[in-house]
Design a protein around this ligand. Structure first.
Ligand SMILES: Nc1ncnc2c1ncn2[C@@H]1O[C@H](COP(=O)(O)OP(=O)(O)O)[C@@H](O)[C@H]1O
Ligand SMILES: [Mg+2]
Length: 332
């Protein structure tokens, strides 16, 4: 260490910069009288402090299993996971003290009011009175729960209950907040409020890990993403990087003068990732270079007559589906 003091300090800083580290994590479930499930097949990732990290994947990908390991609810079969520098297997207490979690199942006191729930939670976490009041006011406001503060949880809509649960997690003031599908199934208004509140919390320095199978949610929120499928990481990076991993994909909204079977056949021959048509309007996503897209539009106009077109880069969903299918075919 004497020889390279800078290096040593640097490596410590690097370590401290990560709120979560997962290395070669595997998980085998061995249910009785059922085949063994390889829920995780050796995944590694790390999450920088103060960032929003998205764990994405379709149902059964292994997201909740990863969260259960991080929150010490289940041990990994092999590999290591640390939260806030604490080992999830060997330092379960310190790990649990470093994080707040919203699991897929709801957990709150149905017969307490919103305020009652928040106060009970604050007391449980030994947050001193004045500080608790300050934080409760803050989350009531952020999560749009102020008007409902005297409503019993049992009388809240599903979306409002979800909000209360996420608000509770942030009330704890823990450095790491983990949300397992917390924003899934929310109506658009509930969702916007919840996502906005999550963003605000991250800007104050919380590290947030969220899982979702909804890609637009991740696209809106996450600084970094890992996409898993069948217990393996299939893509990693920020939204722009993930998009670049696929062959460039563009979505075009086209309006034709008329649509005939010939038009549709021509469009189908382009091997679209998505194709939807309604009367004279078509939404189509194809993998092409920028120039090829321009050529295709010219050709469509020449052969079939376009009234209007718009082109934008494909959203994460298209790239995601493409990555998954490439993996299934063994191409990546
Ligand atoms: N307790 C369990 N016993 C057996 N298999 C399980 C158990 N929990 C999850 N699995 C299986 O592990 C795989 C990953 O599940 P999970 O981590 O819940 O995925 P996700 O949260 O991405 O939908 C699935 O095939 C699921 O059926
Ligand atoms: Mg899950």
């Amino acid at each position: 260490m004497q020889l390279f003091p800078e290096l040593f300090v640097y490596s410590l800083i690097m370590e401290n910069n990560h709120a979560i580290r997962v290395e070669n994590l595997t998980k085998l479930y061995t249910p009785r009288r059922k085949p063994v499930v390889h829920a995780l097949r050796g995944i590694s990732f790390s999450v920088e402090r103060g960032t929003i990290f998205g764990l994405l994947g379709p149902n059964g990908a292994g997201k909740s299993t990863t969260i259960k390991i991080l929150t010490t609810l289940t041990p990994p079969s092999s590999g290591t996971a640390t939260v806030n520098g604490y080992d999830c297997v060997n330092q379960p207490l310190e790990t649990r003290q470093s994080l707040a979690v919203v699991l897929q199942q709801n957990a709150f006191e149905l017969y307490l009011t919103v305020l009652g729930n928040l106060r009970t939670y604050a007391r449980f976490h030994h947050i001193p009175g004045p500080e608790a009041n300050r934080r409760i006011t803050e989350v009531l406001d952020q999560f749009g729960l102020y008007d409902e503060r005297h409503t019993h949880a049992i009388d809240l809509s599903g979306g409002m209950r979800r909000r209360l649960q996420v608000a509770k997690a942030f009330l704890s003031g823990k450095p790491v907040v983990i949300l397992d599908e917390a924003t899934t199934g929310l109506d658009p208004i509930n969702r916007r409020t919840t996502l906005e509140a999550i963003r605000q919390q991250a800007s104050k320095g919380s590290t947030i890990v969220l899982t979702t199978h909804l890609l637009d949610e991740a696209e809106d929120l996450c600084d970094r993403l890992v996409i898993i499928n069948h217990g393996e990481i299939i893509a990693e990076g920020d939204v722009a990087e993930i998009k670049r991993l696929g062959v460039p994909a563009y979505t075009m909204n086209l309006i034709f003068k008329h649509i005939t079977n010939n038009t549709l056949n021509y469009l189908n021959d382009q091997n679209p990732l998505h194709l939807k048509h309604n009367k004279t309007t078509v939404d189509i996503t194809v993998q092409r270079s920028h120039q090829e897209i321009l050529d295709l539009i010219k050709e469509l106009d020449r052969q079939y007559g376009l009234i209007h077109f718009e082109v934008h880069t494909a959203d994460l969903e298209d790239v995601f589906i493409d990555l998954l299918s490439q993996q299934a075919e063994g191409r990546i």
